[in-house]
Design a protein around this ligand. Structure first.
Ligand code: SF4
Length: 487
């Protein structure tokens, strides 16, 4: 089995961090092809399984990348509304049964991006009323709770409001009812992104994890779904309501440095520009000596460009993903096992002429386990690099994420473990450099990162770097009893 994850109350949960999509055409246009194209554009958020549900059709789910296993019929499906999902899970059993959308009886289907951190509390409360076993996912629990409220006579807005009081964690959700109405909701802190778009030629409202999905179908971004907002789209148009009181926002800062697509706009900020600014600011804060700036492909490329422009050190491509091998183009971080992650990183090809005899400044978006970084350093040294210094755009990851990103157990984090001067960034950097065999490691810090992103520090989540989980309403998690564990 692969990696598990404990909830804030210390029990095992199934983690699901993914891309979601919904479409409703007011003109009666059939949305299935639009959903499939949009999911392809969200592929970077999940590459293990995918699925769609279109009004009038059974839920369709397949393992692998979107379009893999696609039967021609699906694209011909009639139906003016639907939802879709690409899945990045980290429970070892990457099985079809856990793919989304998830059907909640005959009433509705839903898809989620995020993690309900207090999943076990919810489970304990509900297990007496439903026939549940421990493998039930947080998404299913949430769906059953909503169903209970709706069957009790609540409308969707009230049901979401009631259920939100029981939830802690990150959830960007899309729903389709049996009648074909679409709902979408985002947690009150806005951990994961969720955007609203519109396709003018077919009068289609879209909701997607990221705006890059809109661009892929020639739709326009209207705005972000607000934290704590639920929207409904049906033949009468769009209706919006806040289901939760305004609380301190906690947008995931890792979305901006790694997870999101560079072409996306989140909270009004271009991810590409944010990454480039972060690189520029790092060059100002830590001006390193070197001959060439090289990005770790692909997400660090804009930051490397920013670093190069600010420092005046030329940027070159020194590492290429082998796009002709089956897995060469995939993202290593979101792979479910260490073996598959290493396999992807090993398929990185050095461009010897740009690194031989050079002092290389390697720009990376994060160093989490350190295994991939170690391989990359070795690849560059074997190609003849004189020295390899690494500039990391995300601060040291030293604590688990309970809000939808799969960071490994604390023991596996390269910036944890016995470090002299444990809280000192310089000491952490020195230790990590020796652990990954780099000549030097330079980490970003939270305030520089927030400046680069362009959002106030207080509107961003940094829990995985600080260990402060006040954004979850539980600032003092007892890690002695609540550490992550292997499943
Ligand atoms: S803990 Fe880290 S990865 Fe998780 S939501 Fe917060 S910033 Fe993002």
């Amino acid at each position: 089995m692969g990696r598990g994850h404990t909830t804030v109350d210390g029990r095992y949960s199934l983690k699901e961090k993914c891309g979601v999509l919904a479409a409703y055409s007011l003109s009666g246009y059939d949305v299935a092809p639009m959903l499939v194209r949009g999911l392809e554009a969200l592929q970077h958020r999940g590459q293990e399984s995918w699925g769609i549900r279109v009004r009038g059709h059974k839920t369709f789910r397949r393992m692998g990348l979107a379009v893999e296993g696609l039967s021609g019929r699906v694209l011909d499906w009639k139906g003016q509304s639907g939802i879709g999902h690409v899945r990045y899970s980290t429970k070892g059993r990457t099985i079809l049964e856990n793919a989304h959308p998830i059907d909640i009886g005959e009433d509705f289907s839903l898809a989620q991006n995020g993690t309900i951190a207090n999943h076990e509390n919810l489970f304990a409360r509900m297990k007496g009323e439903f026939s549940l076993n421990h493998s039930v996912t947080d998404t299913k629990l949430l769906g059953l709770r909503l169903q209970q409220s709706l069957r009790g006579g609540d409308d969707w807005f009230t049901a979401m409001e009631k259920v939100s009081h029981e939830l802690t964690g990150a959830y960007s959700l899309v729903f389709i009812t049996n009648e074909g109405d679409i709902y979408a909701a985002r947690d009150p802190q806005g951990f994961r992104p969720l955007s609203l778009g519109y396709h003018i030629p077919t009068s289609t409202y879209l909701v997607a994890s990221e705006s890059c999905a809109f661009a892929s179908v020639d739709a326009k971004l209207i705005r972000d779904i607000r934290p704590g907002e639920i929207v409904k789209v049906n033949k009468e148009g769009l209706l919006s309501r806040l289901f939760a009181k305004r609380v301190q926002k906690a947008h995931c800062s890792f979305e901006y440095t790694y997870f999101a697509h560079p072409s996306s706009i989140i909270e009004g900020i271009s991810v590409y520009e944010a990454r480039k600014r972060v690189g520029r600011l790092l060059a100002q804060r830590v001006p390193l000596k070197g001959d060439v700036v090289i990005p770790v492909p692909d997400s660090a490329r804009p930051a490397a460009l920013g670093y190069s422009e600010e420092s005046g050190i030329p940027m070159e491509e020194g590492l290429m993903k082998d796009r002709y091998r089956k897995r060469g183009t995939m993202r290593s971080f979101i792979e479910p096992s260490q073996g598959s992650r290493a396999e992807i990183v090993k398929q990185m090809i050095p461009i010897t002429s740009t690194v031989v005899g050079k002092d290389v400044i390697l720009v990376d978006d994060s160093v989490v386990r350190g295994t991939s970084s170690k391989i990359v350093v070795r690849v560059l040294r074997n190609a003849g690099a004189k020295s390899v210094k690494i500039v990391v755009t995300f601060p040291p990851v030293r604590h688990p994420c309970y809000m939808g990103i799969d960071f490994p157990t604390r023991q596996e984090l390269v910036a944890r473990g016995p470090i002299r001067g444990d809280k000192d960034l310089t000491e952490i950097s020195k230790t990590v450099a020796s652990r990954i065999d780099a000549d030097q490691v330079v980490y970003n810090d939270s305030s520089n990162l927030s400046k680069g992103i362009g959002l106030p520090l207080t509107d961003l989540c940094h829990s995985c770097t600080t260990g402060n989980y006040s954004c979850l309403g539980t600032p003092t998690l007892n890690f002695k009893t609540r550490t992550q564990m292997k499943s």
